[in-house]
Design a protein. Structure first.
Length: 73
């Protein structure tokens, strides 16, 4: 591992600094011409660490509908 990367394991950012970084990453990701490139995937992973997605409740199981029964008349 390169020495400058080891020293950056923990960034002590203020709320304003974190917001600026999130805005910059978001703008860079949306303006990129190649949204599936390794560079953009790396930026998205960094953004997910700075602004994690909220935990969503699982969806209820799908309802099973039975066809109507034929009745004799």
């Amino acid at each position: 591992m390169q020495p400058y990367i080891v020293s950056m394991q923990h960034l002590d950012l203020s709320a304003e600094e974190a917001a600026a970084l999130v805005a910059l990453l978001t703008r860079t990701i949306t303006d990129d011409r190649y949204p599936l490139s390794p560079r953009v995937r790396t930026l998205k992973a960094i953004l997910a660490k700075l602004r994690p997605e909220p935990v969503r409740e699982p969806l209820p199981p799908p309802k099973v509908y039975a066809p109507p029964r034929a009745t004799r008349q």
